[in-house]
Design a protein around this ligand. Structure first.
Ligand code: G3P
Length: 215
């Protein structure tokens, strides 16, 4: 399973890279806005810095909502670094853009996916990644992990190459179920990644080892 860090924060990406646990980064306009990045030049420089801090790819969402604007923005983004993956929403225009960019050999991530049929459309459009938002589905009382399970089965049934990148991950159960389902990638906030390392028995065991040794 690949683990991506869901942030645009440079310190968090630097720290997580040193842990050796992340395979990439996902961002979205809300996460970028949190970093106080202003203007095109600063934004491009910020993404370039992210690419310097880790070896994997980074998903960056286009802001434009019209097809030509999204395509133009996509080309701007990939000119920053070849590891940038263009993120577009699972709307009709977004899927047309994904189809066009995929035909041009540009990696794409179809985001804000909430149904199997949206995932099917994204996979058929040639998206490199499809990002279902499991936490937000559960916010609306939908069995988000059940939707993910259907997407995994669909990918297997029809041998789609698109990777399922589970987003809006908020609990360890989300991760554990994704592991059971064979989901390709999960993307998590930095604070949540740190909880992977926390276990009371590890702490207690280490204390006992050191106490016995020093005794
Ligand atoms: O990448 C999508 C992710 O940032 C959304 O997470 O918790 O706001 O639903 P959340």
């Amino acid at each position: 399973m690949k683990i991506y860090l869901d942030t645009a924060n440079l310190d968090q990406i630097r720290e997580a890279s040193e842990l050796g646990i992340i395979n990439g980064v996902t961002t979205n306009p809300s996460l970028v806005a949190k970093e106080g990045v202003n203007g095109i030049a600063d934004t491009k420089a910020h993404f370039a810095k992210i690419c310097e801090l880790m070896d994997g790819n980074i998903s960056v969402e286009v802001i434009a909502t019209d097809m030509e604007g999204m395509i133009a923005e996509a080309h701007e983004l990939i000119s920053i670094d070849p590891r940038i993956v263009v993120k577009a929403p699972a709307t009709r225009t977004g899927l047309k853009v994904i189809h066009r960019l995929s035909d041009q050999g540009i990696k794409t991530n179809c985001t804000l996916v909430f149904s199997v049929l949206q995932a099917l459309a994204a996979m058929k459009a040639g998206a490199t990644y499809v990002s279902p938002f499991v936490g937000r589905l559960e916010d609306k009382g939908v069995d988000g992990l059940g939707v993910i399970a259907q997407m995994v089965q669909m990918k297997k049934n029809y041998e789609f190459e698109t990777e399922i990148l589970c987003a809006s991950v908020r609990t360890q159960n989300h991760i554990q179920r994704c592991i059971e389902l064979g989901v390709d990638i999960v993307t998590c906030p930095y604070e949540f990644v740190l909880t992977f390392y926390d276990h009371p028995q590890t702490e207690d065991g280490l204390k006992k080892f050191l106490m016995d040794y020093h005794a």
